[in-house]
Design a protein around this ligand. Structure first.
Ligand SMILES: Cc1ncc(COP(=O)(O)O)c(C=O)c1O
Length: 370
């Protein structure tokens, strides 16, 4: 049975009329850059994230970069994050002129290991960027406690965690700023590029709002040097439509994950994802671990089942970050994950038959290779 890694067409078909009407409204109003459709989405998304303010921007990368810049992070500063993330987390730190300092991840949640955090804090450390990898939040109480004790900012990379929860609190609402990506494949995906920051800090919100629009207080009055990081009107309108469905889509992903967990529970040599007892995981990615993942991925693709790898090379071993001088062995858990992760098909509309078929093929593969 053919099982795509992700099927955006089936989701689009289910909301086609709503989307067409929303896009038509943007056209009727010629509200293409920022404007009322972005503002409406910002209001809705702030409330969804249990935050006072949301500011729509061009991408998740913009969101991270702008959040760090607005907190005054710059040359000479260090910012702590994890190496098993999408490269944008580190790029945003680098583009502020600061240095990314990595800390290894917890073997069970694949998120920042709070036990190791204090060992990498130095007098130059200004902020911590926990990444809520795959849709499960990092251990925020412990991270916040350490951050406050050392007077550090916390910027949540919630780019994969729209609607994820930590002890009932939504991703993005706990740190000083939360950053989201609406890249099309995300649980809340735009029909193009988009992102957002959320915060409860009014002063910071104002600064970020100005920054994303060339530092303008009002048109052509520039109070600071900013950038063009505005969200476009079409994305605002699409995201408002899709936000109404997000809770149901997340719930469907959770049910799919539970079915995978059940069907794979007794398959030897496969580690399924763990939902921490504090967490509500929203399974942006459903990654299992296995020793011979390249062979498994190849075998599944021959059967028309398509998987992903998030991510094959941890950031400290990427060519772009070689200059940091971190050799293989520096972050053993993240490195092991990079070798063993394989992400199974995951989207809200995935059918039980498709999940059954994926698990059946994994079971067959394991029987042959064990
Ligand atoms: C963890 C993480 N951080 C940052 C980003 C960057 O977001 P964008 O692609 O919207 O710039 C992504 C997107 O894939 C991500 O997954």
């Amino acid at each position: 049975m053919k099982v795509p890694f992700l099927d955006l067409k089936v989701q689009y078909a289910s909301i086609k009329e709503e989307i067409t009407s929303a896009l038509q409204q943007v056209l009727n109003n010629t509200a293409f850059a920022g404007g009322p459709f972005v503002e409406q989405f910002e209001k809705d998304f702030a409330s969804f994230c249990q935050c006072e303010f949301a500011i729509g921007v061009g991408s998740g990368t913009d969101a991270l970069w702008m959040a760090l810049l607005s907190l005054g992070i710059g040359p000479g500063d260090e910012v702590i994050t994890t190496p098993n993330t999408f490269i944008a987390t580190a790029e945003a730190i680098s583009f502020c002129g600061a240095k990314p300092v990595f800390v290894d991840v917890d073997e069970k949640t694949y998120n920042m290991d709070a036990d190791l955090l204090e060992s990498v804090i130095s007098p130059k450390t200004k902020a911590i960027v926990p990444v809520h990898l795959f849709g499960q939040m990092a251990d925020m109480d412990r991270i916040m406690e350490i951050a406050r004790a050392h007077e550090l900012y916390v910027v949540e990379d919630a780019c994969q965690a729209h609607g994820a929860e930590y002890k009932g609190r939504r991703a993005g609402s706990i740190g000083d700023v939360g950053c989201f990506s609406f890249y099309p494949g995300k649980n809340l995906g735009a029909y193009g590029e988009a992102g957002a920051v959320v915060t409860n800090n009014a002063e910071l919100a104002e600064k970020m709002r100005m920054f994303r629009d060339h530092g303008q207080g009002k048109k052509y009055y520039h109070l600071m040097i900013g950038w063009n990081a505005r969200m476009d009107g079409f994305q605002g309108a699409v995201l408002s439509v899709k936000l109404k469905h997000l809770a149901a889509w997340n719930e469907a992903r959770r049910e799919n994950a539970q079915l995978y967990n059940r069907l794979l529970a007794d398959v030897d040599g496969i580690i399924t994802p763990l939902e921490a007892e504090y967490a509500k995981h929203i399974y942006h990615v459903y990654a299992i671990r296995t020793k011979n993942r390249d062979a498994l991925k190849r075998d599944l693709s021959e059967k028309d089942i398509f998987c992903g790898i998030h991510y094959p090379i941890p950031i400290h071993l990427q060519e772009a970050y070689k200059f940091l001088g971190k050799e293989r062995g520096s972050f053993p858990v993240a490195e092991r994950c990079a070798e063993e992760f394989v992400s199974l098909p995951m989207f809200a509309e995935l059918s039980q038959e498709q999940i059954n078929s994926v698990c059946h093929e994994i079971r067959c593969f394991r029987k042959v290779t064990v």
